[in-house]
Design a protein around this ligand. Structure first.
Ligand code: GAL
Length: 958
């Protein structure tokens, strides 16, 4: 059997060990390599020929113009024929030379690969040094005997498919190549280091034991520690490490000829009474699942991008990362230690595609595969064991049940009893210290919180396993599917997660969209863009960051929902510290009072010390007004960083809240002006109407069309649900909401104004909406009340399903393209929807129509602003319209129609039209998370029901 298909994890590789910063000489072998791609695995040593090109290492050849990247979700892009690879097995030969300096130590060398996808063989000066599998794990080969003074030649043959691929079916692009660093190291004299640094939260003492070379000396200068390997040293008082206060101590391990530098964090994690604790306190994860992704480099991440990820996480109140679904680049964990994040480090194992054989042949349950799996676990644990940030080892993702996990767990518990284990997909949880699920509905989460969840089938016959499972703490491995516009419902999840101690938080799916920008392209590609038959569409475009790392509205919402400081009020105004370990001393508290969005008073709040988990009451700032309120008065309180931190500068906002202190009296209805009948058209106040259609044609001098009832929106990924199931789009289409026609029944001139009656109904069906537009006016305002009455079989017929919700209820109108400047008073600055609105704060905002758009990789409904009191759309001279709600409305404005948005597959498919399309909504349906999870829940769904809403139009004030 060929080495890339057998079940040997590696040949010639050294024992796994910790990733260390050593003083021994090293040569970085990253850079330009010679490269040749072959469509199947050749024999023999790679020899550079005239048809060879060049390639950047680390990198993926499919992102550098050779072959194409491939995205499938769960399916293997080759037959399920383990352990074999198809004959068509793209194979990249990589060759480079390097010079060994004259002073290179003569006592040997190690060649280290941090990650090669998926299997490779390496030659040094034409002699084979070894082979390895395990894409996201390091491999080292002893090569000193193969080196020569001066020029040396290194050749690496990388096979895209191998037996290892059956263990690497994560939901992400298939990206072959040498995608992490390659280094030549002088043979280490300190081969391995295992730091055990614990913290006693009762006494404040730290204990340090470093297992390493017997003749080494361990030093922690700041603590005055000089210790022998293997001997525990107790330090009377240390500052512990936590994600909130990531205190690290510099240390060295030294033997003659080598110094290894370490950064030590003292912390103790332990299960106590069914809860996962660190330093004596139960932890609560406000987490994200993070894949390694860069829009141009794929998984060949730069350290700058890793730091950017972590800085963004910290700035958005995230305190934990699950390294979905493989160990990250080792530098990432250094940064987690430094910046402060709790980490679930996940092994590079996922056999998801065996779902298509009903799990027949699943490697996880086949003892022949145990060595390959255990090898992966060992390589992760050994590499990452010295990071205080890593508190949990995850055995795998989505690989069903399997006895091999027993072996992985047993080995890990013996090797590292100081951390917890995690595995979500074995429903007995027999090898996991946590109970966990993905994407449960709220009711299920609530049941888990109260330990009243149903007994899983897998433990029904095993009382002791079931008792063990039920006693476990719960962590939500994945939820809130951030695909396209969404997720919705985060605040609802958070409320439940925070209510029950058993629920120790969760990890949102997922950190970043996996959109790839191929050389020369402007649109991000996703599955299906190359005409592949088998692909996972845009299912990997489901991140809180856009592919270029700009935060999406979902991340802004998450930041608000997981704030570590909360305010309740306004009277009494209470500040709550939701942190686990630290007070609020690092924060400054500010307040402002605004009247109709204009600041009228501001100051600092003086807060007494608030220990973690505690609250304090403070005096409510206010500005007294005499007489009945004439404007809306809003108090905003904010907690900002008092000084610079490693991840943000002083003034960075951590938390905020708003309270409406006073509301103005409701605006009286305008005195009716009379309708003037001019034959073809009618005028009323500032409006001119088409006599026949009852539609506005001019409004305060602007050429307009509409407003007409609109119930449709360009479906979001979450509207569509997963694979066409579980979504509302299907229901909406079945009810014809995407093909509504208007029939004007009457245009009636009344004493009270103008009444237009219409029936809005879909082709082919009997359902409809009786709509009445009632216009009244006075000298400067034109007021529209829309009354909406559903009629017909919305509950379904023998051949049509029930339609339980509408995408939106509002009106659509067309404006001149010049009205492109938008100002509003209401929720902002970003988009918001019924179940994703926590981050919208009341204020005055302005931007252009183009800036209102949220650039989802796959175009879909976006950009809606919520709770708008008034909005103006004006041209460059300030002429235009003002719309006022009664009291509020929702607004979207764009240069294309909802239908254009719906048809577009990529952003470049959207071409501006000649108008601005304005939607003024009473409401839209919530977003939900049905692209993988539950749809919008009932308080956020827009039911099929009668509605009435009012809008007032005026000339812009500017
Ligand atoms: C989970 C899986 C993830 C991802 C997600 C949906 O089941 O663990 O890798 O596929 O669903 O995006």
């Amino acid at each position: 059997m060929r080495y890339f298909e057998d079940l040997t994890p590696s040949t010639g590789a050294r024992e796994p060990r910790a990733w260390l910063r050593s003083s021994r000489p090293r040569i970085c072998l990253n850079g330009r390599w010679r490269f040749k791609l072959r469509d199947s695995a050749p024999d023999g040593v790679p020899e550079i020929g005239p048809d060879w090109g060049e390639l950047e290492v680390p990198g993926h050849w499919v992102l550098q113009g050779h072959d194409r990247p491939r995205y499938t979700n769960t399916a293997f892009p080759f037959p399920i024929d383990p352990p074999y690879a198809p004959d068509a097995n793209p194979t990249g030969d990589h060759v480079r030379s390097f010079d060994l300096p004259g002073d290179w130590p003569a006592d040997g060398a190690v060649l280290r690969f941090e990650g090669v996808d998926s299997c490779f063989k390496v030659w040094v000066n034409g002699v084979e040094a070894g082979t390895a599998k395990g894409s996201r794990l390091p491999s080292e080969f002893t090569v000193g005997h193969l080196l020569r003074p001066g020029r040396n030649r290194l050749a690496v043959r990388v096979h895209q498919w191998s037996s290892g691929s059956y263990l690497e079916d994560q939901d992400m692009w298939w990206l072959p190549g040498i995608f992490r660093d390659v280094t030549l190291l002088a043979r280490p004299l300190i081969d391995d280091v295992f730091v055990h640094a614990s913290y006693d939260h009762v006494t404040g003492a730290g204990t340090l034991r470093v297992d390493t070379a017997p003749d080494a000396v361990v030093r922690v200068p700041e603590l005055g520690v000089v210790a022998e390997p293997g001997a525990p040293v107790t330090i009377g008082a240390v500052e512990p490490w936590s994600a909130e206060l990531p205190r690290l101590y510099d240390a060295t391990v030294e033997v003659p000829g080598e110094t290894v530098e370490l950064r030590i964090g003292f912390r103790t994690v332990r299960m106590v009474d069914g809860l996962f604790t660190a330093n004596g306190q139960p932890l609560f994860f406000r987490g994200v699942n993070r894949h390694e992704h860069d829009e141009r480099r794929g998984r060949a991440m730069t350290v700058d991008a890793m730091r950017e990820d972590l800085v963004l996480m910290k700035q958005h109140n995230v305190n934990a990362v699950r390294t979905a679904h493989y160990p990250p680049h080792p530098a990432f964990l250094d940064l987690c230690d430094e910046l402060g994040l709790w980490v679930i480090d996940e092994c590079d194992i996922e056999t998801h595609g065996f779902i298509y054989t009903d799990w027949r042949g699943n490697p996880a349950d086949d003892p022949d595969w145990a060595p390959m799996m255990l090898d992966r676990m060992r390589r992760m644990v050994e590499r990452d064991k010295n990071h205080p940030s890593v508190v949990i080892w995850s055995l795998a993702n989505e690989s069903h049940r399997g006895r091999n996990f027993g072996e992985l767990a047993a080995w890990t518990r013996q090797r590292d009893p100081e951390r917890a284990l995690f595995y979500e997909r074995d429903r007995t949880y027999e090898f996991s210290d946590f109970y966990s699920l993905m994407y449960p509905p709220l009711e299920d989460l609530e049941a888990i919180g109260t330990r009243t969840e149903d007994v899983p089938e897998e433990t029904a016959e095993h009382p002791s396993l079931e008792a063990r499972r039920r006693a476990l703490p719960f962590v939500l491995a994945e939820y809130g599917h951030a695909m396209g516009n969404g997720p919705g419902g985060l605040a609802d999840y958070q409320r439940i997660l925070e209510r029950y101690p058993r629920l120790q938080g969760g990890f949102l799916w997922e950190w970043i969209d996996h959109g790839l920008l191929l050389p020369g392209a402007t649109d991000h590609v996703y599955g299906g863009d190359f005409g592949e038959q088998l692909h996972g569409m845009n299912f990997c475009i489901d991140g809180l960051l856009f592919p270029d790392r700009t935060p999406s509205p979902g991340l802004t919402e998450y930041k608000k929902v997981i704030e570590p400081v909360r305010f309740t009020g306004p009277d009494p105004l209470v500040v709550h510290n939701y942190r686990t370990f630290t007070s609020l001393d690092d924060l400054t508290f500010l307040w402002t009072v605004e009247e109709d969005g204009v600041e009228v008073a501001a100051g600092n709040l003086t807060i007494p010390p608030v220990p973690p988990g505690q609250s304090t009451q403070v005096a409510t700032p206010s500005r007294a007004t005499a007489g009945p309120p004439t404007s809306e008065q809003v108090l905003t309180v904010r907690a900002v960083l008092a000084k610079d931190e490693a991840w943000a500068t002083a003034g960075h906002e951590v938390a905020w809240a708003q309270f409406v202190l006073e509301q103005p009296a409701v605006e009286p209805a305008p005195v009716a002006a009379a309708v003037v009948d001019r034959g073809e058209d009618l005028t009323l106040g500032g409006g001119e109407f088409d006599r026949r259609t009852g539609r506005l044609t001019r409004l305060f001098g602007q050429a307009v069309d509409g407003p007409v009832l609109d119930l449709w929106r360009a479906p979001t990924d979450n509207d569509n649900g997963q694979g066409g199931r579980n979504g509302v789009t299907q229901e909406w289409r079945a009810a014809g909401l995407d093909r509504l026609l208007h029939r004007v029944q009457a245009v009636e001139v009344m004493e009270s104004g103008l009444v237009v009656r219409a029936r809005v109904a879909p082709e082919g069906l009997g359902v409809g909406v009786r709509t009445m537009y009632h216009w009244t006016a006075d000298a400067d305002a034109l007021r529209l009340t829309v009354d909406v009455q559903p009629e017909g079989e919305w509950g379904g017929t023998a051949v049509t399903p029930r339609c339980g919700s509408w995408p939106r209820v509002g009106v659509r109108m067309t404006l001149p393209r010049e009205l492109e400047n938008v100002q509003w008073y209401g929720g902002g600055p970003g988009e918001a929807y019924a179940d994703s609105r926590e981050a919208a704060r009341v204020g005055r905002y302005e931007c252009t129509v183009d800036e209102l758009q949220t650039p989802y990789v796959v175009p879909q409904e976006n950009g809606s602003r919520i709770d708008i009191r008034w909005a103006e759309l004006t041209d460059a001279q300030g002429n235009g319209l003002r719309v006022t709600g009664a009291p509020h409305f929702q607004l979207t404005a764009r240069r294309w129609t909802a239908e254009d948005l719906e048809r577009a597959r990529h952003r470049s498919d959207l071409t501006p039209r000649e108008h601005v399309y304005l939607n003024l909504d009473l409401a839209q349906n919530g977003l939900g998370s049905a692209s993988c999870g539950p749809p919008a829940t009932s308080p956020h769904t827009l039911e099929v029901a009668p509605y009435t809403f009012t809008l007032v139009f005026r000339r812009a004030e500017a």
